[in-house]
Design a protein around this ligand. Structure first.
Ligand code: UT7
Length: 323
C-alpha cells in the first residue's frame, strides 16, 4: 500500500511587494536595504504579504480548494487534515480544525504540525504513515503561513527574507507507487539559532515576539542537512540522484538551493526555484513551489520528485515520490 499525491494547489495573497518597494517602506523607519543586496545574497526579488485580516486558515482554504479540485475529491471524502504552520490563527484550536470548518470536511480528523520550515515535509511524512497504517484513505496536507506577522521590520537581516502563502496536496491510498521514502530529523540543541522565543503568560506576551535568526549558522546547517537527507531518501528507495526528475528544496535562499544541488551533483535546470518570486514562506514554501511547477507544466504525472525542508527546531527532512 502506498500513498499517492492526486492533487496540488496553492494560494498567494494579493499584495506583491518588490525589493525596491520594501526598501522604500523600510527607509521610512531608518532601515537601510536595497534590491541589489537582497537579490545578490538571497535570490529574492519579491514576496507576497497577507492583508491584516487574512489568517493562515484563510490562505490554506484557497490552496486546499485548488488541490481538491485537481484531485476531483469532495471535502466530505477527506478523512484527515494536517496543516503545517508556525503562524496559526489562534493558540488553539488548531488551524487544521479551523480549515476543516471553512472547507466543510465534516468527516475528517484535523491537527497541526509545528516543524517551522520543515513543517510540510513532516506533515507529508505523517500523512503517508497514517495511510499506510490504514488510519486514513484520503488526506489533505497543507502548509500555510502568515509569517510576516512575526517579523521585526527594524531587523533588516531577517525581515527582507520572508513572505506569506499556502500550498496543499491531496493524498490517497493507492496500490500504485506514490511516496517511496521519507526521512525526518530534529536537533533541539540548535533551538537558539532560529526562533520566536516568546510565550503567553498571565494575559501578557513574555519574551521576544519577533523572529530571531543567526543567518550564517542557519545557512551552514541547512546546506549540510539538505545534502545529507536527500542522500538518505535516495538510499532508502535504492535510487540515485540521476534518476530524479525534479528536486524541490525548501525555498529560503538561492545560494542554499544551489549549494545543495552542487553537493548532490544535480543540475540546476532540474531544481524548482520559486524563492525569487515568493521569498521564504516557511511551511508553505515546498507545496507552493511544487504546485507552481505542476501548474506551469514543468512537473508531470509519473515523474520522480524529491522535496525537502529545513528550519527552526532545528528540523529537516525529505520525501521522495512518484507523482
Ligand atoms: O527557512 C530557514 C530560514 N533561514 C534561512 O535559510 C536563512 C539562512 N541564512 C541566509 O540566507 C544568509 O545568512 C542571510 C541572507 C540571512 C545573510 O547573508 P550573509 O551573506 O550571511 O550576510 P551577513 O549576515 O554576513 O551580512 C553581511 C553584511 C553585514 O554588514 P557588515 O557587517 O558586513 O557591514 C550586514 O549588516 O550585510 C549586511 N546586511 C544587509 N545589508 C543590506 C544584512 N542584511 C542586510 C540587508 N540589506 N537586508
Amino acid at each position: 500500500m502506498y500513498s499517492k499525491i492526486i492533487g496540488t494547489g496553492s494560494y498567494l495573497p494579493n499584495e506583491a511587494v518588490t525589493n525596491d518597494e520594501l526598501a522604500a517602506r523600510l527607509a521610512k523607519d531608518g532601515v537601510e536595504t536595497s534590491d541589489e543586496w537582497i537579490r545578490s545574497r538571497t535570490g529574492i526579488e519579491q514576496r507576497y504579504l497577507a492583508s491584516p485580516n487574512q489568517t493562515s486558515s484563510d490562505l490554506a482554504l484557497f490552496a486546499a480548494q485548488n488541490a481538491l479540485e485537481m484531485a476531483e475529491v469532495l471535502p466530505s471524502e477527506i478523512d484527515l487534515i494536517i496543516v503545517a504552520t508556525t503562524s496559526p490563527d489562534m493558540t488553539f484550536p488548531s488551524t487544521a480544525c479551523l480549515l476543516q470548518a471553512k472547507i466543510g470536511a465534516d468527516n475528517a480528523a484535523a491537527f497541526d504540525v509545528q516543524a517551522v520550515c520543515s513543517g510540510f515535509v513532516y506533515a507529508l511524512t505523517t500523512a503517508d504513515a497514517m495511510i499506510r497504517a490504514g488510519q486514513a484513505k484520503k488526506v489533505l496536507v497543507v502548509g500555510s503561513e502568515v509569517f510576516s506577522r512575526m517579523l521585526d521590520w527594524k531587523d533588516r537581516t531577517s525581515c527582507v527574507l520572508f513572505g506569506d502563502g499556502a500550498g496543499a496536496v491531496v493524498l490517497e491510498a493507492s496500490e500504485e507507487a506514490g511516496i517511496l521514502a521519507s526521512r525526518i530529523h530534529s536537533n533541539g540543541r540548535l533551538s537558539s539559532i532560529l526562533n520566536v522565543s516568546s510565550s503567553i503568560q498571565g494575559g501578557k506576551v513574555v519574551g521576544n515576539p519577533f523572529m530571531y535568526m543567526d543567518g550564517q549558522a542557519v545557512f551552514k546547517n541547512a546546506v549540510s542537512a539538505l545534502g545529507d537527507v536527500a542522500q538518505e531518501v535516495l538510499d532508502a528507495a535504492n535510487m540515485s540522484a540521476e534518476q530524479l526528475d525534479w528536486l524541490i528544496p525548501h525555498q529560503a535562499n538561492l545560494r542554499i538551493i544551489a549549494a545543495t544541488a552542487k553537493r548532490l551533483d544535480f543540475p540546476m535546470e532540474k531544481v524548482v526555484v520559486t524563492v525569487n518570486q515568493h521569498g521564504n514562506t516557511s511551511a508553505a514554501s515546498v507545496p507552493l513551489a511544487f504546485d507552481t511547477a505542476v501548474r506551469d507544466g514543468r512537473i508531470s504525472k509519473g515523474q520522480t520528485v524529491l522535496v525537502q525542508g529545513v528550519g527552526g527546531g532545528f528540523t529537516w527532512g525529505a520525501n521522495l515520490f512518484r507523482f
